[in-house]
Design a protein around this ligand. Structure first.
Ligand SMILES: NC(=O)c1ccc[n+]([C@@H]2O[C@H](COP(=O)([O-])OP(=O)(O)OC[C@H]3O[C@@H](n4cnc5c(N)ncnc54)[C@H](O)[C@@H]3O)[C@@H](O)[C@H]2O)c1
Length: 317
């Protein structure tokens, strides 16, 4: 009898939540007010991290910016202040170093206060075929893209749980839900980040009366320079995203407290295809869309910067 009753209850809940999600597709969710919230962004020294910082500054948030690149981080700090950020704090922090994360986290708690929105955004990519990927680069990918999320969450989550107020944001990747050729260490570290965030989402959600939020972001390539040289064969279906667009969508997902943001939308379909198509069908689709060769001309930010410096030197001489 209990089982039958429980089954009816769960079916009722399914219907209710299904209709609720349909309503939210038509009427956009109200956005939360982040004025006065303490938002920490790792990897704030460039790309998406910088753009998110600027957007949160204009919304009145108190910003804590972390990056291993002090110069880039100070520039973000300057830009965020220019965009109206009244309280912006920049810290040099190597997120791959557990002790350093805990030390700088303590400093933040003392100097700024308890972080209420934690955005794990710092990331690195190697972009080499599996057997050409040096061991230390594999370790670096896992340390920055996945393990650092454990340290930052451990540092800031206790205060969020105590106050029953907080939001964890994980910047994973489309490569964190679908394996891509030439990105073995990146994909696996991003799968790990996704898994941690999803597991934490359930753990926090199941605390009675919990108001803690989680957002997991999985974008395809974005024009920040990180994936310089990566290509797409189907720009209409699988575009390389403009960084302004991507940052806007991410901030919006955080404000609307969305749990998942996969972009472009075709990434949601790819997840479904993965479950229902045969491996050969998936391979044919990868070849058709150019995902099989998307990393063939990859140079990445470091190579792109080197080339830029060379060109500048040539122009000067
Ligand atoms: N650009 C893309 O195509 C793309 C696609 C999907 C997901 N992402 C993810 O989005 C996030 C932001 O990427 P982006 O495109 O803005 O790249 P980016 O290179 O512009 O920014 C990454 C930032 O992380 C910082 N960083 C690297 N190692 C660090 C460390 N050990 N400690 C602290 N900071 C460190 C870098 O200095 C840099 O400022 C990353 O997690 C990336 O994996 C990017």
């Amino acid at each position: 009898m209990d089982v039958i009753l429980e089954t009816f209850i769960v079916l009722g809940k399914f219907l209710y939540y299904f209709l609720e999600s349909l309503v939210y597709k038509i009427i956009p969710k109200s956005k939360k007010d982040v004025a006065g919230e303490i938002v920490l962004i790792t990897g704030a020294g460039s790309g998406i991290g910088r753009l998110m910082a600027i957007k949160f500054a204009s919304l009145g948030a108190i910003l804590v910016l972390w990056d291993i690149n002090e110069e880039g981080n100070m520039e973000t700090c300057r830009l965020a202040k220019e965009k109206g950020g009244e309280k912006v704090f920049a810290y040099k922090c190597d997120c791959s170093n557990r002790q350093e994360v805990y030390r700088v986290a303590d400093q933040v708690k003392e100097e700024v206060g308890d972080v209420t929105i934690l955005i794990n955004n710092a990331g690195v990519v190697t972009g080499k075929p599996f057997l050409n990927t040096p061991d230390h680069m594999v370790e670096r990918s896992f340390l920055v893209n996945a393990l650092s999320h454990f340290w930052t969450c451990k540092a800031f989550l206790p205060a969020m749980i105590k106050a029953n107020h907080g939001h964890l944001v994980c910047i994973s990747s489309a490569a964190g839900v679908i394996g891509i050729k030439g990105l073995s260490d990146y994909c696996s570290s991003k799968f790990a980040a996704f898994g941690l965030a999803e597991s934490l989402f359930f753990e926090l959600k199941l605390i009675k009366g919990s108001k803690l939020k989680t957002t997991i972001v999985c974008p395809y390539f974005i024009k920040t320079g990180m994936f310089d040289g990566a290509t797409t064969k189907c720009p209409l279906l699988l575009p390389i995203l403009e960084q302004e667009y991507a940052a806007k969508k991410i901030v919006n997902a955080i404000l609307e407290e969305q749990v998942y943001l996969l972009m472009p939308k075709i990434v949601y379909l790819a997840l479904i295809f993965k479950q229902i198509f045969s491996p050969n069908m998936l391979l044919a689709l990868a070849k058709y869309s150019g995902v099989d060769t998307c990393m063939a001309n990859f140079r990445g930010r470091e190579k792109a910067n080197e080339d830029q410096n060379e060109t500048e030197k040539d122009h000067q001489s």
